[in-house]
Design a protein around this ligand. Structure first.
Ligand code: GDP
Length: 319
C-alpha cells in the first residue's frame, strides 16, 4: 500500500500566492465537490463497487460553532490533501469549503459511508499475530493515559460505555478490536506514559505496540491523541516523531478542545497548543500530517473524524 503521507502533494503556493491562509472557521459545512472531468474519468476508471453502493457524503447537521478564538489559520502547504484528490482548480474560497471544520483535512471524493450504525467489541489480543485476520481495514487510537481516549471512542460510536470494555482488568494492556458496521475496526491500544506502571511493563507495551504499527498490514492510520488543553509533552512528541520517522500513517487528534481556561503552566489556549505541536514535529514528516480538534464534551470533531476515517478507508480499499 502506498503510504498516504508520502504521496506527492500539490504545491498550492503556486496557485495561491496572494492569499496564503485559509481559515478553518469558513468550513461550516464540508460540501462534496463534484468531480471535475479529469477526476470523474479517473474515478470511473477504478473498478468501483463503492460508487454504486455508497450514500452521498453525509454533512454534519449540527453546527458546532467553535468560539471565535479557536479558529486556526492554516497555510495551504499545511493542508492534508488526501491522495487522488485534485485541488488545482480550486480557488481559496472553494477550497475552504472542502476543509473539515477544526482541522487541516481536505475532503475527498472517498468521504462516504461515514455513519456508525453498529459497534461491537470483538477481541482483546496480546500481540499483532493474535489480531483478527479477516482483512478489514482498521484505525488505531493511541495516546497518553488520561488523554480522553475512552471518551472519544464512546463519542465516535455514540455508545456511552463501549470503551469500558478495554478498561476491564486484563484488557488495558491489550490490542482491543471494535468492529464497526461489520466492515471496519476501531482499535484501542494501551495508553502510554502511565507513571504508575512498572518500568519493565512499559518497555513491553512499547515493544508490542511498535510491532503492531510496523507489521499490521490492515492498519490504515494511527490516530494519535494529544491533549490540547496543556502544552506539548515530551513523550507525545517522541511518539509522534517515531511514527513520522517510521512512515506510519498518522492523524493527530487533539482532545479536550473545550477546555478554554488559561492554565498556570503555559497558559495557552487549545489552538495555540495545536499550532505549537505541529511546529515541534514538523521536521519528522515529509508532508503535514492530518490533524483535527475534538472534544468529547461538546462532540466537536466527531463527524469530522468519521468523514476523515471514511475517506482514508475507502481509498485504502481501492488500492
Ligand atoms: P483515557 O484514559 O485516555 O481513556 O481517558 P478518559 O476518556 O477516561 O478521560 C480522562 C479524563 O478526561 C476523564 O476525567 C474525562 O472526563 C476527561 N475528558 C475526556 N475527554 C474530555 C474532553 O473532551 N473534554 C474535557 N473537558 N474532559 C475530557
Amino acid at each position: 500500500m502506498v503510504m498516504l503521507h508520502q504521496l506527492p502533494r500539490l504545491h498550492s503556493s503556486i496557485f495561491f500566492t496572494k492569499t496564503p491562509f485559509l481559515y478553518t472557521h469558513f468550513n461550516l459545512l464540508p460540501k462534496p465537490k463534484l468531480p471535475t472531468k479529469t477526476t470523474s474519468t479517473l474515478f470511473s476508471a477504478l473498478n468501483s463497487t463503492l460508487s454504486t453502493t455508497s450514500e452521498p457524503i453525509p454533512i454534519p447537521t449540527h453546527n458546532l460553532d467553535i468560539p471565535e478564538e479557536t479558529h486556526v489559520p492554516i497555510s495551504i502547504e499545511k493542508l492534508f490533501v488526501p491522495p487522488d484528490t485534485d485541488v488545482s482548480s480550486d480557488t481559496p474560497a472553494s477550497l475552504s469549503t472542502r476543509i473539515l471544520k477544526g482541522s487541516n483535512i481536505v475532503l475527498s471524493k472517498y468521504a462516504r459511508d461515514a455513519q456508525v450504525s453498529q459497534a461491537d467489541f470483538v477481541k482483546s489480543s496480546v500481540d499483532t499475530q493474535a489480531c483478527p485476520s479477516d482483512g478489514l481495514p482498521e484505525f488505531a487510537l493511541v495516546g497518553r493515559s488520561n488523554v480522553g481516549k475512552s471518551s472519544l471512542l464512546n463519542s465516535i460510536v455514540r455508545r456511552k460505555k463501549l470503551a469500558l470494555t478495554s478498561k476491564k482488568p486484563g484488557k488495558t494492556q491489550c490490542i482491543n478490536h471494535f468492529r464497526i458496521n461489520d466492515s471496519w475496526y476501531l482499535v484501542d491500544l494501551p495508553g502510554y506514559g502511565y507513571a504508575a506502571a512498572p518500568h519493565e511493563l512499559r518497555i513491553d507495551w512499547e515493544k508490542f505496540t511498535k510491532d503492531y504499527f510496523l507489521n499490521r498490514s490492515t492498519l490504515v492510520s494511527v490516530f494519535l491523541l494529544i491533549d490540547a488543553s496543556i502544552p506539548a509533552k515530551k513523550i507525545d512528541l517522541e511518539y509522534a516523531s517515531w511514527l513520522g520517522e517510521n512512515q506510519v500513517p498518522m492523524t493527530l487528534v487533539f482532545t479536550k478542545c473545550d477546555k478554554r481556561k488559561k492554565k498556570k503552566n503555559g497558559g495557552k489556549r487549545p489552538e495555540e497548543n495545536v499550532n505549537d505541536f505541529q511546529e515541534l514535529i514538523r521536521g519528522f514528516f515529509q508532508t503535514a500530517p492530518p490533524w483535527i480538534m475534538t472534544s468529547s464534551v461538546t462532540n466537536q470533531g466527531r463527524d469530522e473524524i468519521l468523514l476523515h476515517m471514511a475517506q482514508l478507508r475507502n481509498y485504502w480499499l481501492k488500492h
